[in-house]
Structures are given as structure tokens and as C-alpha cells.
Design a protein around this ligand. Structure first.
Ligand code: CMP
Length: 144
């Protein structure tokens, strides 16, 4: 079924100028960009995004890193977009991520792993709402 998911090119991905390549992969796969913005994430939003990791050993480093530079936030829509995007980005640990996946091809560190994508439809809804208002998301069913 048609789903929306939240995808974010992390600070290392933006800094390394991988954004075009990543967007090209998403588009070539046939998924649609229905929302897109470049932002510097506030500490509050970072802690909201990663709430489930609060208390873990790497939480502070994760918040510092994700707020260290601009990120590109996207809402991606398509058939089974949540699981398809997760497969395209590859495993969290880039040493485990298979070649052909975004992390497998471009990342080497568990914290600086280039890209994020929601791991469930519920999380996608939550994460999209942290960064986008309804008016900032295209409705593909309406001609404008
Ligand atoms: P992501 O899947 O986007 O969301 C949680 C993030 O925590 C994960 O990417 C990693 O970038 C980050 N992280 C940093 N250190 C670790 C670690 N030791 N184990 C798991 N995740 C980590």
C-alpha cells in the first residue's frame, strides 16, 4: 500500500556532498519526494526525534552530532515506502550494510552513517510531524 516515510540526510552526508546522489537513488527507485527542507536541527527537536535512545550510552554524542550541521529532511511517498527506504539505506552499522545500499556504499561509522529513514509507519508519522506541517507536504492526488 502507499505509505509516507521520513528520510533525513545527516550532517556527514550533507558535508560530503552526497545529497544529490542520495536523492537520485530515491527518485530512480520510483519513490516520490512530497516534502523537502534543509535545516539545522535544534537540540529540542533532536531529543524528540531520538527520544527512544534517551539514556543510552551514545545519546549525548548522537544529539551533538545530529545538531552539528545542516541536514536535509524529506517526506518520501510510494508503495511500501517505509520498508523500501529501510532496505535502500542498509544496516545501522555500515560495516554490516551490504554493498549497493546507501550506508554500505558511503558510510564507515555507526554514528556518522549518512542517512536516516523511519523504521515503521507509526514512527514515520511521528517523525514527519516533528519537521513538517501539513501544508508543507504535497498531495500527489491533487493537480495544482
Ligand atoms: P539511526 O538508525 O538513524 O537512529 C539511531 C542512531 O543512533 C543510529 O542511526 C546511529 O547513527 C546512532 N548511533 C550512534 N551510536 C550508536 C551505537 N553504538 N549503536 C546504535 N546506534 C548508534
Amino acid at each position: 500500500s502507499i505509505q509516507k516515510t521520513f528520510v533525513m540526510i545527516k550532517p556527514d552526508g550533507v558535508k560530503r556532498k552526497l545529497s544529490g546522489e542520495i536523492i537520485q537513488r530515491i527518485e530512480k527507485k520510483g519513490l516520490s519526494i512530497v516534502g523537502l527542507k534543509m535545516v539545522r536541527i535544534s537540540k529540542n527537536k533532536a531529543e524528540e526525534l531520538y527520544a527512544e535512545h534517551n539514556g543510552k550510552s551514545f545519546f549525548k554524542d548522537l544529539i551533538n552530532y545530529i545538531t552539528s550541521g545542516p541536514v536535509i529532511c524529506m517526506v518520501i511517498e510510494g508503495d511500501e515506502a517505509v520498508s523500501v527506504m529501510r532496505k535502500m539505506i542498509g544496516a545501522t552499522d555500515p560495516k554490516e550494510a551490504l554493498p549497493g545500499t546507501i550506508r554500505g556504499d558511503y558510510a564507515l561509522s555507526k554514528s556518522e552513517n549518512v542517512i536516516h529513514a523511519s523504521d515503521s509507519e507509526d514512527k514515520a508519522k511521528r517523525e514527519i510531524s516533528i519537521f513538517f506541517n501539513d501544508e508543507e507536504i504535497l498531495n500527489l492526488n491533487i493537480q495544482t
